[in-house]
Design a protein around this ligand. Sequence first.
Ligand code: ASP
Length: 583
Amino acid sequence: MSAPDYSTALRSHRCGDLRPEHIGQPVSLTGWVGRRREHGEHLAFIDLRDYSGTIQCVVAEQVDARSEYVIRVEGMVRARPDGTVNTNLPTGDVEVGDCHVEVLRTAEPPPFPIDARADGVDEGTRLEYRYLDLRRARMQRNLRLRSAVNSAVRTSMEAQGFVEVETPMLMPSTPEGAREFLVPSRKGQGAFYALPQSPQLFKQLLMVAGVDRYYQIARCLRDEDLRADRQYEFIQLDMEMSFVEVDDVLAAISESVLAATGAVTGERPGEIGRLTWHDAMNRFGSDKPDLRFAMELIELTDLFADTGFKAFAGAEAVKGLRVEGGAGEFGRNRLDKLTDRAKSLGAKGLVWIKIGSGGELESPVAKFLSDTEQAALVERTGAGEGDLLLIVADAWPTACEVSGQLRNDLCRPPVHQGPYQFVWIVDFPLFVGVDDTSGRPLPGHHAFCMPNPDDVDRLESDPMSVRALAYDLVLNGWELGSGSIRIHDDALQRRVFRQLGISDEDADRKFGFFLNPFRYGAPPHGGFAFGLDRLVAILAGEENIREVIAFPKTQSGSDPMTGAPFAVDPHQLAALGLRIVPE
Ligand code: ASP
């Protein structure tokens, strides 16, 4: 594709494009005044900036152009005089001389400098003046990288035969898992729409409709507490396809994610590997393992099957971590902190053992372990002099999760530091945990995931052991997205609903609009959705998705720029038939 023509009625070039090849050409440029330096009364150097970069303009006339004024400059490109070439600037070989400056719009002094120094400014202030924050090179780069990722994703989906279909923003409330934003209906007072947590039900209906391959860069809304990788509103690449099995969906998504990564980094990563959920938990203690570093959990359960040591005896799982060279680094204080951390994560305790200079075990618990157990422990972990072992004995999920969290605490690099380590996690459990109040299983992903056909017999007798045809895509320890093969059979859907405590009557009432269409011929289908904000953040080298969203909310859910959310006028509430009840 040839480069776009950026010239307009007001400018001939962008500031950042001028190079020695333009020397001798008259140019007209537009942009904002960056730095300005005076040389005597009648000579000023103005750094003119637009999103493409900065160019030095030499102005020999009296002109009132201060920081962030919007100006138009006409002048002649020339080589910079000897010794003044600026190697830090792509335009640093040249400057624009004989400049005539026209002020298009004056500007008040900005509340923070429009350059990298603003990175240190309090985020509330950056968000209050987001339009100035976005004027900075880093944010311009992030927005453009985001656009490039979206574009590559679209191109890849289209190339694979997916068709873009928009789904409604006002929809019925559906129990997909997250808390919904509700929208009161004016015409049907007392009734509410919900904003989509995802287009899940509609995309499945599109399969019933015979669309075959659907995608959408979809806006989703969830009223959940915000954090580094979560906003109320976020963007997903949402897709669904018919007549498929797991491998088909993974292949289609892998293609689009790898194409997008390649498009913005210049290097397409290799094929994405797979781990089963059970292996991910067992080896890394997490369903979103960060594979950029090793330090796997070491299986120790069998070594202590007959132990006399109380803390290990009878534990469902004993998991160890070997911290190489950790013995010296971890004094009593740090070890106490690690133990407190393990307890706060739900473990009964944490056992630590240092390997001394003669290979002996140094630990308050060493005396409780038999010689055979000590020798087996050293052999299994491969621990040598100066290493530290951390051991958690507990129920299997707790032992895995706590060890996995400690693994992350000790070693995990910031999410945005390369390399890009994608991994598919497959074979998720159909249900995870139970609801505190109802005692019912909770869906691992959502209520529409197909149970693994090999396990479906146990749906009623041993529901927690049933695996789903559900999968996640993980990048550098962040969950990018989830998906599954869906249930397309009414009877099976009702069996799953019953496990979740949704009776047939409830199902008809709440999901009739979804279940009834399936009676008219639902093809086997499956899909996926991944968070574009998360992918873009990592590719942009940002640790927080707010840095790649033009107008995000703060951690507390407000928008310092617009002041939202606001109380509304009583007459607006009255029109909706609503009254605010003070807490
Ligand atoms: N709707 C699901 C989600 O947003 C993704 C999927 O199952 O396709 O997490």
